[in-house]
Structure formats: structure tokens, C-alpha cells
Design a protein around this ligand. Structure first.
Ligand code: V47
Length: 394
């Protein structure tokens, strides 16, 4: 006899209460058949079990060091081809110097930021020393600023441009020695051969993405993981992506000194991309996907609604749908720009706290590794640290 929808929900609730992982079938059922309020209620239950009503944010600065890229991913509106000659220079392409990057990081650090998040396109000409020197220079000027930088795709690119060729392990070790603190979660897209072939076939796929994160976890480098949803993938492909993240996390928790801290489901922004005829995900699709990410990745501590992608209003609502983290102040973001926004995309600390309070949660300022940040008058430190960073307030 076929199980009714109510029986299915009861079985899922039972698993949740028993702390059991959900199957692909459970995930699909929750995507396709369960009502949106029940999905939210289940995700919120798990979120509250892990974090109570705490909601996390950080004071950070995103830096996108170049938009030149050798790849041509169809969902991406950020990349520009590197010019073949000087005559071709007018392409809106840019690359920042190390001095520019350090000046930006220093400005944010001297005003109380705890993290710099640095990613860019795969630049065909910059040498590996550009990336190690960038980290070392920031580390020197901003000694306690956490450097979260370079997606798995960039790490593989660095390994390919080095001569003699360095392994992923050697690249990560060199960056860590230069001051890298952790890896962001970008470049995962959707772990599926069909989707890979259709939308980002020139980019390395899931095997290489996981290899970088596995090596990072073995080296004690914490990382995040993304899922780019709402383009050509099916719901089953989203669930399978999340299940792969959970399986990887189980291995890392068992065998490694580091693991994934956070899953960031990224809502596709079609504007300006080769897939601009696709309609962006609706608010309900965003909520369901965030909630399903919480439920499927029960062994990954945090679920982030990156407010630039889901919008501040939806990210706020999502605090009741499994999300416990909103990322941060951001300030500048060049990878996606919605509704003609420019690169200045910022929320103030007061705005982030207001959003969290109004959602009935307690705002907790965290550092990149989710340690509590304690602020005094013009100073901050990590809870329990024996150092203090002083900064300008105005
Ligand atoms: O890798 C590109 C995605 C990612 C589009 O680790 C797009 O804490 C939506 O990874 N629509 C970069 N997404 C962003 C990222 C990230 C952001 C915030 C926090 C963290 C973290 C990581 O953005 C890329 C790609 O997957 N992306 N184009 C687009 N049109």
C-alpha cells in the first residue's frame, strides 16, 4: 500500500527527533510534496536544536581582485575576457594591485572588520607569487584579520600555473604559511555531470572541488560549501548535491582536524549572464531550498543566507527556515549585481542587528570560524583571546 503524505511527514519527523540523517527520497518528498510551512517548521526545529534563537553575522569586507577569467561559465555575469592586445583594453576588465588590496583591507581593519573575503576570476597572467604576497602583505598590516580567500577553482588554477607544477597540497600549504585562514565555499555550483556540461563545462567539476576541500580539511584549514540553485538543475540534483556535501562532511569529521563550517545556498541571479532568459528563483523556492539545506546537511553546523543573493528581506525571513547566519557587512561585491546595483552593496551593523532582532533572534557577532567576537569601546577580541585589536570609531 502507498504511504500517504501524512505518513511520510510523520516518518520524517520521527527521523528528525531520533537525530537520523534524511534520505534522498525524504529530501525529494519535502521539495515536491510537503507544504512549505511544514518544511520550514522541521528546518527550524533542527536550527533551534543547534543554535537556539542565536543568529550570526560578521563585520567583513569582500574584495574581488580581478574579473578577468579564462572560464566562460554561462551563469556568470562577472567575468571579462583578458584582452589579446592593448587595443582591446576597453572591456570593463580590471585587476587590483597588491597595494590596492592591502589598502582596502587596512581601511576595513582599522574600522573594526574581523574578516576579509577575497575571490576573483581565473586570471591568465598573474603569477602564484601575487596570491602568496597578497596574503603575506595583509597579514603584516592587519595581523588579526582573518583571510578567507580563494575558491577551490582558484586553488586548482594556482596549481596549474606554477612551474614546476605544485600540487593542491603544496599550494594550500604555501598560502596557509603566507596567512590564509580558511577557504570560502564558491565554485561548487551543482555537483552533477549534466548540469556541469550545460552551464560550466570548462570549469573543473565535483571530483576536483572535493579534492581541494578534502586536502584543506586534512591540513586543518576550515572551509565552506555553496550550492548555486535556480538555473538549469532539477530539484533532485539539488538534493543530491546536498547529500554529497553531507557525505564529505562525515568523512572530514571522522578523519580530519578541520571540516565544513557552513553551507551557503546561492540563489541564481540571471541579470547579465548567458542564462538571463531564466527566471530567478521565487521567494518560496528560496525558503524551501534554504530549509532543505538545513535538513539534508544536518552534520554541517551553519546555514548562511547570503543577503546579497537572497535579498535582505528574504534572508531575514529565512532565520525561521533553518538559516542561522547572514554573512556580514560585505561593503563591496562585484560578482552579482541585482536591479542595476553597483559594486557598493553594504549593510551596516545596526541594520544587520535590527533584521535579526525583528525576526525574534539574538544577534551574535562571530569571527570567520564562528567564535564569539567581544567588542569594547573601539576594540575587539575573540572570546578568550589574550590579544586585542584597537580601531577607529567615528
Ligand atoms: O562561486 C556566480 C556564484 C560564487 C552567480 O564561503 C552566482 O562564506 C548567483 O561563493 N548568481 C561566489 N550566484 C560567492 C561565494 C560566497 C558568497 C558568500 C559567502 C561565501 C562563503 C561564499 O557566486 C561563485 C558562484 O557559485 N555565482 N554567478 C549568479 N549569476
Amino acid at each position: 500500500m502507498q504511504k500517504s503524505a501524512t505518513d511520510n511527514i510523520e516518518a520524517i519527523r520521527h527521523k528528525l527527533n531520533a537525530g537520523e540523517a534524511f534520505s534522498i527520497e525524504d529530501g525529494l518528498f519535502l521539495y515536491e510534496s510537503a507544504d512549505i510551512h511544514t518544511v520550514g517548521e522541521l528546518a527550524n526545529e533542527l536550527r533551534e536544536r543547534k543554535h537556539g534563537r542565536n543568529a550570526y553575522y560578521n563585520i567583513n569586507l569582500h574584495i574581488n581582485y580581478t574579473n578577468f577569467c579564462v572560464l566562460r561559465c554561462k551563469f556568470c555575469s562577472f567575468y571579462r575576457p583578458f584582452p589579446k592586445s592593448n587595443a582591446e583594453r576597453a572591456t570593463n576588465g580590471y585587476e587590483l594591485t597588491i597595494n590596492d588590496i592591502v589598502a582596502r583591507a587596512k581601511h576595513a581593519y582599522s574600522r573594526g572588520a574581523t574578516e576579509v573575503h577575497i575571490v576573483g576570476g581565473l586570471h591568465p597572467k598573474l603569477p602564484f607569487s601575487y596570491y602568496t604576497e597578497m596574503c603575506a602583505a595583509i597579514r603584516e598590516v592587519c595581523p588579526h584579520m582573518h583571510i578567507k580567500a580563494f575558491t577551490a577553482i582558484e586553488i586548482i588554477h594556482f596549481s596549474r600555473i606554477t612551474k614546476p607544477r605544485m600540487s593542491v597540497r603544496e599550494v594550500l600549504t604555501a598560502l596557509k604559511d603566507a596567512g590564509l585562514g580558511s577557504l570560502p565555499g564558491g565554485g561548487a555550483e551543482i555537483f552533477d555531470e549534466r548540469v556541469h556540461e550545460e552551464t560550466f563545462k570548462t570549469k573543473v567539476g565535483e571530483t576536483e572541488w572535493f579534492e581541494v576541500h578534502r586536502t584543506a580539511h586534512q591540513l586543518g584549514i576550515f572551509t565552506n560549501a555553496t550550492m548555486l540553485y535556480g538555473h538549469v538543475e532539477t530539484q533532485a540534483e539539488r538534493i543530491s548535491h546536498l547529500a554529497k556535501l553531507r557525505a564529505h562532511q562525515a568523512e572530514s569529521l571522522k578523519n580530519c582536524p578541520a571540516h565544513f563550517n557552513c553551507v551557503i545556498p546561492l540563489s541564481f541571479v540571471p541579470d547579465g549572464s548567458a542564462l538571463s532568459d531564466i527566471k530567478e528563483p521565487t521567494g518560496l523556492d528560496d525558503l524551501r531550498t534554504l530549509a532543505l539545506s538545513r535538513l539534508m546537511c544536518d552534520n554541517i553546523p551553519h546555514i548562511k543566507a547570503f543577503w546579497i543573493m537572497q535579498s535582505p528581506k528574504l534572508a531575514q525571513v529565512a532565520l525561521d527556515w533553518g538559516v542561522d547566519d547572514l554573512d556580514g557587512t560585505v561593503v563591496y561585491y562585484d560578482i552579482t549585481k541585482r536591479d542595476g546595483a553597483n559594486t557598493h552593496q553594504e549593510l551596516t551593523v545596526d541594520e544587520l542587528k535590527r533584521m535579526i532582532h525583528e525576526a525574534g533572534c539574538t544577534p551574535i557577532e562571530r569571527d570567520t570560524l564562528y567564535r564569539k567576537v567581544v567588542r569594547g569601546e573601539g576594540s575587539w577580541r575573540i572570546d578568550g583571546a589574550d590579544w586585542l585589536v584597537e580601531y577607529i570609531t567615528d
